[in-house]
Design a protein around this ligand. Structure first.
Ligand code: CO
Length: 287
């Protein structure tokens, strides 16, 4: 095993507070999912609310898709690892997220949208992450940031380590195309060859987690296997070492909002009254 060359002796390694396997579930019109965050086991990690992984080559597990549904008060981030997903909303915004591409949707005051597989067979695989918005942005105008695979920079490190930088800036200075000012979210897709190590400096008080989806790794002495999430405690840097099969994982980090969370289905606000208002606005056609 190599010593991660980015490891800084002056920075404390973040411990693993909890490591949890994802939970099998289904959502939308019956899409099979593995939920990693937003479960009884791991309710939320401020500012991250929910994380789903979908990965199947059996059409009956994904064809039904996610027909029209609303969102208000947060952002949904769809990262396609394989396959194609068509998105359309009630304001006329429509497009297809292709393999390797990202759609970062700031739902803000609200949209109605559908997310449907743009394929009849083959592998459909990816993540959807929900990121909370602070009170002053919950009712902001909806915004899309859509970036195809070719627009996502890949940072090459020593020992064959690569980092796809979707949002935020790495400790080496690579900046992703997505602007996530509200939470200063970092969204990195990291690939480690067998035995390779990775270290990344992060602001001490930011929430951080590793989400392993290929191979396996060890973080601060704790093994993490796919599909699994390791919640990191406070410290100056995240550190991980791949097992003999290598590893691929998401590094998610962001500034905690530390605000009350009132969560009602597809609406995430600060108070119960605001959630009730969202249901009324939805039912009365104000989205
Ligand atoms: Co949605």
């Amino acid at each position: 095993m190599s010593t991660p060359s980015a490891l800084q002796a002056s920075l404390q390694t973040r411990p693993v507070l909890a490591a949890a396997a994802g939970m099998e579930t289904s959502d939308g019109a019956g899409v099979s999912l593995t939920r990693l965050l937003g479960t009884p086991r791991l309710r939320m990690l401020d500012p991250f609310l929910m994380l789903d992984f979908f990965g199947s080559d059996r059409p009956q597990e994904y064809l039904a898709g996610f027909p029209e549904h609303p969102h208000r008060g947060f952002e949904t981030v769809t990262y396609m690892l394989a396959g194609r997903m068509r998105h359309a909303d009630n304001h006329g915004h429509e497009g297809v997220i292709e393999t390797g591409g990202i759609q970062w949707m700031t739902a803000g005051r609200g949209i109605l949208h559908s997310e449907m597989p743009e394929q009849q067979d083959g592998l459909l695989k990816g993540f959807q992450l929900w990121i909370n918005l602070p009170a002053h942005l919950k009712m902001t105008e909806p915004r899309y940031q859509e970036v195809p695979a070719a627009g996502i920079p890949v940072e090459a490190r020593e020992d064959g380590v690569t980092v796809k930088v979707i949002a935020g800036t790495t400790s080496r200075g690579t900046t992703g195309p997505v602007r996530a000012e509200a939470t200063e979210a970092r969204y990195f897709d990291v690939t480690l060859p067998p035995g390779a190590s990775f270290a990344e400096a992060l602001p001490e008080d930011y929430t951080a987690a590793l989400v392993v989806f290929e191979g396996a790794l060890t973080a601060a002495g704790t093994p993490v296997e796919p599909l699994g999430i390791a919640v990191l405690g406070e410290g100056g840097q995240a550190v991980a070492t791949a097992g003999p099969q290598g590893a691929r994982f998401l590094l998610l980090a962001g500034r905690p909002l530390q605000e009350p969370v009132a969560w009602g289905g597809p609406f995430v606000m600060n108070t119960r009254e605001e959630v009730m208002q969202a249901f009324r606005d939805f039912e009365e056609g104000r989205f």
